[in-house]
Structures are given as structure tokens and as C-alpha cells.
Design a protein around this ligand. Structure first.
Ligand code: AMP
Length: 450
């Protein structure tokens, strides 16, 4: 397949020719028709797969010339670096098209950005916070947005942008196309999709080039978290074999819990990264792991995915990812550049279905090992292991582990929406801490009117 098969137009072909690109990447080939058709789509693809062009090519092909000032395409990304990068990519593609592209992000003068917005634009690339501020200032009108792209949804949610995204959805036209990309699927991503979108089409690019043949995979059946910790300690005691190990966990709460447990045994050899740690802390952890100062890195999926660390001897999956793609991302951290790597998967009874899905994706079975005898079976259970049925896909219910951590900014009580029912005035009075006794002026006024 070549770009000619996508029926683009001459200006786009010329731009691609200048770049020397002839063949669409898999995500570009797979996403093109869906994005063109106007349907909602979720693409599972990492940076480096060509995902920016995967949404931009069909969008630009169909974007008609217009003199109107309000943007028609909004692209939300989690960081200012990504704003710059995406704008640059779009500029490469629009070399021969009269398209106005603007990137905005926080931490810089908003007035300069307001002036740029006022000049009129077609495509706006933004971080959520700054976008919202500009929209509130009314300089930026979002009523003409036809297409919303959210890039790196997993990172957005991991950084605590859920509320901001929801606020933005509120001020966008309801009739629009939603195009989302995420490198990993997490429960947070799943929840957002279930809560706000009508079942988008899913395009998944199996992590290509993962040198499965370089990675020896094994697995254990383990009854619960604390037994997993015991097994992990047993494994990690062999420091010679397990000399550079990433231990993957699904969320930051478990990451902290595991860190606490492992710290008792491997204090000097241990570091951790997840999104509640400061940027400096994360950089230091990664550096110490990279240069061998620390032997063991505990990491969440989202935080570890950009890591390119050489000579990782083992990837240990403390839990079994619900989404097989995440397993592929994880084990791809080892066995790089022709070196041998090993991956170990720990699964409880509840995780067997997820394990089978992974095996189906890889079209192979992971050999199972017996739990070593000296590993103590714990009967201690985590809170979440005690709950009998874990209700997934129920947007109104969240298990404790899914609750946002401190990076997640809850609205102040008085700003929180709730069903105000009949007695809402009293509730509002309570929120604003006004007295609601009979001596209260407002209370008496209200009662007199009745
Ligand atoms: P992205 O995944 O969007 O960050 O893109 C990764 C890099 O691949 C960027 O530098 C793109 O310019 C480049 N790229 C995108 N599409 C293609 C293609 N079809 N052929 C070769 N390179 C590409």
C-alpha cells in the first residue's frame, strides 16, 4: 500500500514527497477510512508509530478552505512539548495548503496567545488548562469545532486532567467527531470512553517489532497480592541473575504499596516511578536505574512507556494487564537490540481471563512454573481483593484503587455539581456555610415568601 491508495490531494502528496514518505504506517493505513468517515475512533498506538499523521491526513484532506475566524479542529495534548511537536508535524503537512495552525500552552503569556487567536485560525493544538482559560476569556470561540482530537489520553488521565477534559467537553458543540489516541489502555481511559462517548471504533496496532523471540516468557499462578510480594522477594534475592529488573504494576497506589513492601528487603537497590512523583524524582529514579545504581525499578504502565533503557534483564508483571497491548509494551522493555530478555507474569485466579487474552494475542501459551516451596502463601488480603465482584464498566462505581490520587484536583465543594433536588437552596446555603437556623435572615425571608 502507498499513500496514492488513500486518494489524498495534490498539496498533501507534494508535502509527503518533500518529506520522502511513500508508505503509510500501519496506524495511518488503518485509521484513515474511519477518521475520514466522521465516526468516533480510539487508536491504540505509541508515539513513533506515525499517529499524528494518522489523524491529520484524513482531517486535512477533508478540511475545506475557510475564512472564518473560529477554529474547526481542536487537538488536545498533555504537555507543552507535545504541542510544539504536533504543530511542527502539521506545518510539514500543510506546506502547500492555506491552513492556519496555532499551538497554545500554559506557563507563557496568555495575552500574546489571545492576540494570536484573535487573528483567526483553523486548527488549534492545546494543553487542556490553557485551552479552558482561553475559552473562558471568550477570545476563543469553540462553537465551530467539528473535530476533537485527544492525543495521549492515558497520559492526560494519569496527570489528572480528567476534570479539565470534562469541562472542555461541556463547552464544545455536541455534534462533533471524537478522535482519541492512547498508547496504553488503562481503566481510567476505559471509564472516560464509557462515560462520554458512544462506543468509538477501536483500532489497535499490535506493538510491532517486539522481538518476542528474544524474550523468554514464564508465568506463575499466585493467590493474592501478598503472596506475589513473597514470590517477588524470593526471585529478586538472586541478584546475580536478576540484575536489572522492571516490576510493572497497574496503578500508582499498588506501586506505592509494593515499594513499601520491597523497601524492607532491597532498600538501596530500589526505585519507583509513577505520576504522583515529581518530575525530578522520576528523572532521578530513571537515571539511577539506567546507570545501575539501583537494580530494581517499580513502574506503572503509563510512566514507563517512553523509557528506553538498555540491558533490562527481566520484566516482572506483578499483575496481569487487562489489555493485552499493555503486556506487549511491558515485556518490550527487555530483550532489546538482539539481547536476550526474560519476562515473568504473575496472575491470580481473577486474572486468568486477562492472561488468556494475552496468550491469544501472541498466539502462544506462556509456560507455567510451580510456586517455589519456600515461598510463603499469605492469607492476608488487600481491601480490593476482599470485594467479591469488581464492577468494571460501571461508570458510576469506582473501586478504591481507581480513586484519584493527590494529583487529581477535586473541585471545591461549592463548585461541585450535584443533583440539587427540591431542597437545593438549603444545600447551597450549607455549601456556602451560611447559617440555616431560624435566626438566619435569608432563611426567614425564604419562609415568609412561601
Ligand atoms: P508520531 O508517531 O506521530 O510521533 O510520528 C513519528 C515520526 O514518524 C515522525 O517524525 C513522523 O514525521 C514520522 N512519520 C510519520 N508518518 C510516516 C510515514 N508514513 N513514513 C515515514 N515516517 C513517518
Amino acid at each position: 500500500m502507498t499513500f496514492r491508495d488513500l486518494n489524498l490531494n495534490t498539496p498533501l502528496y507534494n508535502a509527503l514527497d518533500d518529506l520522502g514518505f511513500t508508505t503509510p504506517t500501519p496506524i495511518q493505513a488503518e485509521a484513515f477510512n474511519i477518521v475520514s468517515s466522521g465516526r468516533d475512533i480510539v487508536g491504540i498506538a505509541q508515539t513513533g508509530t506515525g499517529k499524528t499523521f494518522a489523524y491529520m491526513l484524513p482531517i486535512l484532506k477533508n478540511l475545506k478552505f475557510s475564512k472564518q475566524e473560529n477554529p474547526r479542529v481542536l487537538i488536545l495534548v498533555p504537555t507543552r512539548e507535545l504541542v510544539v511537536q504536533v504543530v511542527e508535524e502539521i506545518e510539514k503537512l500543510t506546506k502547500y495548503i492555506n491552513t492556519r495552525v496555532l499551538g497554545v500552552y500554559g506557563g507563557t503569556n496568555i495575552n500574546t496567545q489571545k492576540m494570536a487567536v484573535a487573528e483567526g485560525l483553523d486548527i488549534l493544538v492545546a494543553t487542556p488548562g490553557r485551552l479552558y482559560d482561553l475559552a473562558l476569556s471568550r477570545v476563543l470561540q469553540l462553537k465551530s469545532i467539528q473535530k476533537l482530537v485527544i492525543d495521549e489520553v492515558d497520559v492526560m488521565l494519569d496527570l489528572g486532567f480528567r476534570h479539565q477534559l470534562i469541562n472542555i467537553f461541556d463547552i464544545l458543540p455536541e455534534k462533533r467527531q471524537n478522535i482519541m489516541f492512547s498508547a496504553t489502555m488503562t481503566e481510567d481511559v476505559d471509564d472516560l470512553l464509557n462515560d462520554f462517548f458512544t462506543i468509538p471504533e477501536r483500532v489497535s496496532i499490535a506493538v510491532s517489532g517486539t522481538p518476542l523471540e528474544n524474550i523468554e516468557q514464564t508465568r506463575y499462578n499466585v493467590p493474592n497480592f501478598f503472596t506475589k510480594v513473597n514470590l517477588l522477594v524470593h526471585i529478586l534475592n538472586d541478584a546475580e541473575t536478576f540484575n536489572k529488573v522492571i516490576v510493572f504494576v497497574s496503578n500508582k497506589k499498588i506501586a506505592d504499596k509494593l515499594f513499601e513492601e520491597l523497601d524492607l528487603h532491597f532498600k538501596e537497590e530500589l526505585c519507583v516511578i509513577h505520576s504522583n512523583k515529581t518530575q525530578n524524582y522520576r528523572l532521578r529514579s530513571i537515571e539511577q536505574f539506567r546507570n545501575g545504581e539501583n537494580r530494581i525499578l517499580v513502574a506503572t504502565d503509563v510512566m514507563a512507556r517512553g523509557l528506553d533503557i538498555e540491558n533490562v534483564s527481566h520484566v516482572i508483571n506483578l499483575d496481569t494487564p487487562d489489555y493485552p497491548e499493555n503486556y506487549m509494551h511491558r515485556i518490550g522493555r527487555t530483550g532489546r537490540a538482539e539481547r536476550k530478555g526474560e519476562a515473568i507474569l504473575l496472575s491470580t485466579e481473577k486474572e486468568q481471563e486477562a492472561r488468556e487474552n494475552i496468550e491469544r494475542l501472541m498466539n502462544m501459551e506462556i509456560p507455567v512454573l510451580e510456586l517455589p516451596e519456600m515461598v510463603e502463601i499469605s492469607d492476608q488480603l488487600l481491601e480490593e481483593e476482599r470485594t467479591k465482584v469488581k464492577e468494571r464498566n460501571n461508570p458510576t462505581k469506582r473501586s478504591e484503587e481507581d480513586m484519584p490520587g493527590p494529583a487529581f484536583h477535586e473541585k471545591k465543594a461549592k463548585n461541585q455539581k450535584e443533583n440539587l433536588g427540591g431542597s437545593y437552596k438549603f444545600k447551597i446555603a450549607k455549601k456556602y456555610k451560611k447559617p440555616k437556623t431560624r435566626g438566619d435572615k435569608n432563611y426567614n425571608k425564604r419562609n415568609k415568601r412561601k
